[in-house]
Write a protein that binds this ligand. Structure first.
Ligand SMILES: *[C@@H]1O[C@H](CO)[C@@H](O)[C@H](O)[C@H]1NC(C)=O
Ligand SMILES: *[C@@H]1O[C@H](CO)[C@@H](O)[C@H](O)[C@H]1NC(C)=O
Ligand SMILES: *[C@@H]1O[C@H](CO)[C@@H](O)[C@H](O)[C@H]1NC(C)=O
Ligand SMILES: *[C@@H]1O[C@H](CO)[C@@H](O)[C@H](O)[C@H]1NC(C)=O
Ligand SMILES: *[C@@H]1O[C@H](CO)[C@@H](O)[C@H](O)[C@H]1NC(C)=O
Ligand SMILES: *[C@@H]1O[C@H](CO)[C@@H](O)[C@H](O)[C@H]1NC(C)=O
Ligand SMILES: *[C@@H]1O[C@H](CO)[C@@H](O)[C@H](O)[C@H]1NC(C)=O
Ligand SMILES: *[C@@H]1O[C@H](CO)[C@@H](O)[C@H](O)[C@H]1NC(C)=O
Length: 431
């Protein structure tokens, strides 16, 4: 016993130290692997791009005969109190994840939002959770609110954040969605459910799938808020409606005949942001570029973007869902990593790996990532949307040509009439 003790004591210090280091490095590696799955030890985060769907929206019934609830303290069309809290928590979660990357300098942030109340409210709350007036940014001791501007009408990238934008093709597509071949399939598969609901509500409005999904969202909202539910809303009906809703959203957001039109604007902007920040871009050019871009979007955009990135799992994208695109530099090369929060921001977000990326890690090579974006960017977006490429100019020219034609017609007819009349007068005179 004595001998062992003595031997232990006699062991050189460096030996123990070395072993502790070795153990620590092991633990460290294991921890790295489980959270980062990082192939390289030295990855530098260079840029964070956040796209989130607005938080919980207050609903009220727009259909007759489906029961209604008093909802006076949650004004319709705005975030609910739960929605506000969640959006603020999202901001805090982003702060804790990127705390070593970001300071509280407002110039490090750039924000854009759909021009819709819930999206703007969401953006404001996320930013408030993310950055506070501290140190040199304090302007009044009674508040730590740090104002960061939110742009709501990006001119350069039309329709980047709004599914509700000036694009006749989308409008037309929306209007005829109930007649889309894929919709007819869904209708055929769930004809029992539809028939049942039409009978129970005494309303043929629910023959339309658009209306059925609105009904479903309304009923789920009522359920989550403890409002009384109609008797017909059984578990089986709930399950069927949620499947209808999921398939409907998948079609609306990702159908191949509309996906590129929906995401061209956002993908163009994404490409521009990423390209500005690549490691081989001139350093002086990069100074004062924002580190975090926040995009607060209305309804469908996030679903469509996930489809375009090839990471959609055909699930319903809930309110508050958030995609983060991280731009990393590893040994002089650029990589993208995609992380996703469903609605629980207290847990680690999941890593999404698109199929076109190297599957051995969570990091996606920048080339593969950008070339996928290119596949969806329509160079002739305006034309595809049914807009005149050069806007009013083309219209003006058309108008001038039309005027000239009409004038010519009028003049020649007048001249002809006058000549004939003259003729007749001469003829009359002769008689
Ligand atoms: C905030 O409080 C500190 C310490 O109480 C004071 O020195 C400072 O002037 C105050 N700043 C403002 C902007 O009121
Ligand atoms: C298309 O429909 C979706 C969902 O019903 C709606 O959010 C969007 O505003 C509509 N867009 C247009 C251009 O009508
Ligand atoms: C639910 O959908 C299935 C078909 O997917 C159908 O057989 C069943 O009758 C539906 N249930 C109700 C209550 O409508
Ligand atoms: C259904 O609607 C029709 C016409 O609006 C009405 O006459 C009928 O009484 C309603 N039935 C039920 C069960 O509400
Ligand atoms: C959907 O519901 C609205 C509101 O009740 C109704 O005006 C509209 O006609 C319905 N759409 C269809 C296609 O039935
Ligand atoms: C990306 O932009 C940030 C913010 O300006 C900058 O700190 C970083 O060095 C840039 N990274 C690369 C790889 O350009
Ligand atoms: C970076 O760009 C600036 C301005 O365009 C230029 O003056 C400078 O020489 C460039 N530096 C390098 C290393 O290319
Ligand atoms: C994928 O990554 C592994 C390890 O980082 C590398 O050896 C391999 O060449 C990569 N494959 C492609 C297609 O980039």
């Amino acid at each position: 016993m004595e001998i062992i003790k003595r031997q232990l004591i006699n062991l050189p210090h460096w030996f123990i130290f070395h072993n502790i280091c070795f153990l620590l490095s092991l633990v460290n590696n294991v921890a790295m692997d489980s959270t980062n799955n990082s192939p390289a030890k030295s990855s530098t985060l260079n840029q964070v791009i956040v796209l989130h769907k607005h938080g919980e929206l207050s609903h009220s019934s727009i259909f007759p005969n489906i029961g209604s609830f008093e909802n006076s303290n949650e004004p319709e069309g705005h975030l609910t109190s739960n929605g506000r809290q969640k959006m603020y928590q999202l901001g805090e979660a982003l702060r804790s994840r990127y705390n070593s990357f970001l300071s509280n300098n407002p110039l490090e942030f750039k924000a854009e939002s759909s021009d819709v109340d819930v999206a703007l409210e969401s953006g404001l709350l996320v930013l408030h959770g993310l950055a506070k007036a501290e140190g040199q940014w304090i302007y009044d001791n009674s508040t730590n609110y740090l104002p960061i501007p939110i742009h709501s009408s990006p001119q350069e990238y039309p329709c980047a954040l709004d599914s509700d934008c000036d694009c006749p093709f989308i409008e037309q597509w929306n209007k005829s969605i109930d007649n889309h071949p894929a919709m007819k399939n869904i209708k055929a598969n769930y004809k029992e459910t539809i028939k049942y609901l039409v009978e129970k509500t005494n309303s043929t409005a629910f023959q339309s799938l658009t209306n059925l999904t609105i009904l479903f969202k309304y009923l789920e909202y009522a359920k989550n808020h403890g409002y009384p539910l109609p008797d017909y809303y059984t578990r089986e009906i709930y399950l069927n409606l949620s499947k209808i809703d999921q398939q409907f959203e998948q079609l609306e957001a990702c159908s191949s005949d509309i996906l590129s039109i929906r995401i061209t604007g956002f993908f163009k902007q994404l490409k521009a942001i990423i390209s500005e920040n690549l490691s081989d871009v001139n350093e002086t050019f990069k100074i004062n570029k924002p580190k975090l871009h926040l995009f607060s979007s209305a309804e469908l955009l996030l679903s469509s973007v996930l489809c375009g990135l090839g990471v959609s799992e055909s699930k319903i994208i809930p309110e508050g869902a958030t995609l983060v695109i991280e731009l990393h530099e590893i040994l002089g090369e650029d990589f993208v990593r995609l992380v996703y929060w469903n609605t629980d921001y207290t847990i680690e977000p999941t890593h999404l790996v698109p199929i076109y990326c190297n599957k051995t890690s969570d990091f996606c090579g920048i080339k593969e990532f950008l070339s996928n974006l290119d596949e969806f960017i329509l160079p002739d977006w305006q034309e595809k949307c049914g807009l005149c490429p050069n806007g009013y100019r083309a219209n003006e020219i058309m108008a001038i040509i039309l005027c000239v034609i009409i004038l010519t017609i009028i003049i020649t007819t007048c001249a002809a009439v006058v000549r004939r009349r003259k003729h007749r007068e001469e003829y009359d005179l002769l008689e």
